[in-house]
Ligand binder design. Structure first.
Ligand SMILES: Cc1cc2nc3c(=O)[nH]c(=O)nc-3n(C[C@H](O)[C@H](O)[C@H](O)COP(=O)(O)OP(=O)(O)OC[C@H]3O[C@@H](n4cnc5c(N)ncnc54)[C@H](O)[C@@H]3O)c2cc1C
Length: 361
């Protein structure tokens, strides 16, 4: 997915490159807050994440857990917090590129950063790395038909409940995500079948809800053997190994695989950063890495007495972005002041422009 933001400064189109002011690697809570804050500073921003959904660890590891220590929320579900972060980030109209991994980072002769990604090249005047523990990828299953039908009925991220209305759905997994989807879809789908290799690891209350539901449960020792296509090449049926060890086929139009994620710091290790146990060493004052113009924030950074928390990541994002702005435009102030004042000023300017436009017509 790519959501195109308008940004505030024009792209450097002289040689056809679309050069952003700040590129943020990672759309976890730190990257999303960095995107919002960069927009507050008037920067033209792009955010790139390997995952299909924003939220980083909160989406990949604990969407159904409550968080108690983020400012302003006495208690909030991780997935709801991600939605709030996303809506705050979108105020700044960033370009958000999901399902895109950054594999390389280099600097061109004219000083522009070139980010090589799984989808091509992206250009930027500065970079803020908010990459957590590395690029998240869903764990995939290998069985005939699965890879061929990814996006054609095979999902590693289920999004809208309505997409499954009146469908026959097979879900694979036994953690929070799989069990939550099973109980959520049960009243909507025509039939839900849940297949799992071992015992359920989801919250006890959700597992009890699952056991009371009409979801067709197959565990332990059950796994997908083959996905069968329809004439149009979409999922039409699933054969799995049942508890008796026998192949069993069910009709299905959708297969949701929710067996977790793996994180890979891989490519980032070769970008020339000083590393300390898989974290990038930064200057604690500026959040700059040893590569000038490249800043970092959140779980990826290392400095003395670093806390790996959402709150500290947000504070580091502010520092990183303010210094990134000064990097590509030294005429700008390091400290822009308060959001209250910045937004009031913007609202007044917009009202003035609107009044002038109306007067001119
Ligand atoms: C089970 C659990 C419970 C937690 N509970 C709390 C809590 O209660 N309170 C709290 O404050 N913290 C909690 N944390 C910690 C918190 O989740 C982290 O501090 C936070 O997620 C860090 O955010 P981040 O944006 O820096 O990194 P992440 O959330 O890890 O996001 C990094 C993002 O960068 C992307 N990325 C990385 N490399 C690349 C690349 N090369 N190309 C493209 N994309 C890339 C990844 O896909 C990922 O989406 C918890 C953590 C866990 C695991």
């Amino acid at each position: 997915m790519s959501m195109n933001g308008n940004g505030t400064s024009a792209p450097d189109a002289a040689d056809g490159r679309d050069v952003f002011d700040i590129s943020i690697i990672g759309a976890g809570p730190t990257g999303l807050f960095a995107a919002f804050y960069a927009g507050l500073r008037g920067a033209r921003v792009q955010v790139i994440d390997s995952l299909e959904e924003p939220g980083g660890a909160l989406t990949a590891i604990y969407p159904e857990k409550y968080i108690y220590d983020v400012i302003g929320y006495p208690k909030i579900l991780a997935k709801d917090f991600v939605a709030a972060c996303m809506s705050q980030a979108l105020r700044s109209d960033p370009t958000i590129r999901l399902k895109e991994e950054v594999t390389g980072l280099a600097r061109a002769e004219d000083g522009v950063f070139v980010l090589t990604t799984s989808k091509g090249e992206r250009y930027s005047k500065s970079v803020v790395i908010c990459a957590g523990v590395g690029a998240f990828e869903p764990k995939r299953i290998e069985a005939p038909g699965v890879a061929e039908m990814e996006g054609r009925g095979v999902h590693y991220f289920a999004k809208r409940v309505e997409d499954f209305r009146d469908k026959e759905v097979v879900i694979v997994g036994g953690g929070d995500s799989a069990v939550d989807w099973a109980v959520t879809l049960e009243p909507v789908a025509r039939k839900v079948t849940l297949i799992h290799r071992s015992k359920f690891r989801a919250h006890e209350a959700t597992v009890q809800e699952l056991e009371r539901s009409t979801v067709d449960l197959h565990f332990p020792g059950c796994e997908v053997l083959e996905v069968h296509p329809s004439e149009e090449g979409r999922v039409h049926g699933v054969t799995f190994k049942n508890t008796a060890g026998e192949p069993q086929r069910v009709a299905a139009q959708d297969l949701i695989v929710a067996i977790g994620f793996v994180a890979d710091l891989g490519p980032l290790k070769s970008w020339g950063f000083e590393l300390q146990r898989n974290q990038i060493i930064v200057d604690k004052i500026t959040m700059e890495t040893n590569v000038p113009g490249v800043f970092a924030a959140g779980d990826i950074v290392a400095y003395p007495a670093k806390f790996k928390l959402i709150a500290t990541g947000a504070a580091e994002a502010v520092t990183a972005v303010n210094h990134a702005v000064r990097f590509y435009d030294p005429s700008q102030r390091l400290d822009p002041g308060h959001s209250t004042t910045i937004m009031e000023k913007r609202a007044k300017e917009a009202a003035k422009e609107e009044a002038a436009r109306v007067a001119a017509n």
